[in-house]
Design a protein around this ligand. Structure first.
Ligand SMILES: [Zn+2]
Length: 71
C-alpha cells in the first residue's frame, strides 16, 4: 500500500472563485517519514490555511483509500 502526505490549502469561498488552492502530494514510507517531509514542505504554506493528511492508498490493490489527519 502506498502512503502519501497531502497538504491542501483551504480557500474561502470568495477566493476559490479566482484562485487555485496550493496543494502538494508526496509519497512517504511511514508516519515518521511524513513528519520529516512536512518540515520541508510546510514552510511553503506559511500564512495560508491548509490541512495535512496521510492518504493510505489501496488503489493498486483494489482496496479503499483511507485518510488520516496529521496534527
Ligand atoms: Zn488513494
Amino acid at each position: 500500500m502506498k502512503i502519501y502526505l497531502e497538504i491542501t490549502e483551504l480557500l474561502s469561498e470568495a477566493d476559490s472563485l479566482i484562485l487555485q488552492p496550493l496543494s502538494m502530494r508526496v509519497e512517504v514510507i511511514d508516519r515518521d517519514d511524513a513528519l520529516a517531509k512536512l518540515l520541508i514542505l510546510e514552510p511553503f504554506f506559511a500564512g495560508r490555511i491548509y490541512k495535512k493528511q496521510l492518504h493510505f492508498c489501496g488503489h493498486a490493490e483494489g482496496l479503499p483509500c483511507t485518510t488520516e489527519e496529521v496534527l
